[in-house]
Design a protein around this ligand. Structure first.
Ligand SMILES: [Zn+2]
Length: 258
C-alpha cells in the first residue's frame, strides 16, 4: 500500500510524493500557471493521482513523462488518459517503456515529446531539454525565469542509477550532461527538483550538476574512488560500481558500459 503526500514548494509548484515507507519513494511535480497546469511524471502505484491533481487545480492540464521507467510512468496514467489529458513522452522512451519494462498502456496514449518543446502555463514557461543517459530518451524540464530544473532521474537525486539495462554508454552521457551544465551556468540560483528527492538532504543546485559532471569525468579517466557492488535486478545479479564526489553521494555505473 502506498501513500500519496502533497507538498507545496511555492505558490505555483507542488510536489506529489508516493511512498510505501520502504523502497518506493518517488516524486512528481505539478506546476500551476495562470492559464494552464503541467504535471511532470505520474508516479508508480497510486491511482488517485488525477483526483489529487484536480483538487489542486482545475486549469487545462497536460502531463509530461520524463522517461519510460515504471516508477515515473505508473498506474496513474490511466486516469489521466481517460480524462482526456494529453500525455507526452519521447519516442525513444515510449519504446523503452514497452520493450524493457512491459509498459501496460498502449503507445497511442502518448504524444511524442521533442527536444526544445515548450509549455506556456502563464507566468511560467517550461522548456523540454533532452538529456539521454539514464534512459535513451530522458528529458528534463527547465523554467528559465524561475531558475528551476525538473530533472527526474536524468542526473540522479543525490544518488544516480547509470548501471541498469537501457542506460546509454557513459561517455555519450558525459557529452549531453556537459552541454546542459554549460547552459545552466548562466543561472547561479538554479534549483534542481529530481525524481527521488528523499535521496538528498540538501536542495540540489548548479553545484550538484557540476559535481555530477566532474565525477563522470573521473570515472571515464579511471580515477573514481569507488567500490564494486552487486544488486538483484529483475531476478538477476547486476554487477556495478558506486562512487561519490561533492553533492553526488552515490553514482552507480556499469564498468562494461563506459
Ligand atoms: Zn528511472
Amino acid at each position: 500500500m502506498t501513500k500519496l503526500i502533497t507538498g507545496q514548494i511555492q505558490y505555483n509548484l507542488f510536489q506529489l510524493n508516493e511512498t510505501d515507507g520502504a523502497h518506493l519513494n518517488v516524486d512528481a511535480y505539478l506546476l500551476t500557471g495562470t492559464k494552464a497546469a503541467l504535471l511532470i511524471d505520474t508516479l508508480q502505484e497510486t491511482e488517485e493521482l488525477y483526483e489529487r491533481v484536480r483538487s489542486i487545480t482545475d486549469k487545462p492540464l497536460e502531463a509530461v513523462i520524463s522517461h519510460g521507467h515504471p516508477d515515473h510512468a505508473g498506474k496513474g496514467l490511466k486516469q489521466f488518459h481517460e480524462a482526456g489529458v494529453k500525455i507526452w513522452m519521447t519516442e525513444e522512451d515510449i519504446r523503452l517503456y514497452k520493450e524493457l519494462f512491459g509498459g501496460e498502456y498502449p503507445e497511442e496514449w502518448f504524444s511524442e515529446l521533442k527536444d526544445g518543446q515548450t509549455f506556456d502555463l502563464g507566468g511560467q514557461v517550461i522548456e523540454t531539454i533532452l538529456l539521454p543517459g539514464h534512459t535513451p530518451g530522458s528529458a528534463v524540464f527547465f523554467d528559465e525565469k524561475q531558475q528551476r530544473l525538473y530533472s527526474s532521474d536524468a542526473a540522479g537525486s543525490g544518488q544516480f542509477w547509470m548501471q541498469i539495462p537501457g542506460c546509454i554508454p557513459l561517455h555519450e552521457y558525459r557529452e549531453h550532461l556537459a552541454s546542459l551544465v554549460s547552459r545552466m551556468d548562466r543561472y547561479p540560483k538554479l534549483r534542481v527538483y529530481p525524481g527521488h528527492r528523499w535521496q538528498s538532504d540538501t536542495q540540489l543546485n548548479l553545484q550538484y550538476l557540476h559535481d555530477t559532471l566532474d565525477l563522470t569525468d573521473m570515472i571515464l579517466e579511471g580515477k573514481d574512488q569507488g567500490k564494486d557492488l552487486v544488486m538483484p535486478f529483475h531476478g538477476e545479479p547486476l554487477h556495478y560500481r558506486e562512487c561519490s564526489y561533492g553533492m553526488m553521494k552515490g553514482y552507480c555505473y556499469n564498468p562494461g558500459n563506459l
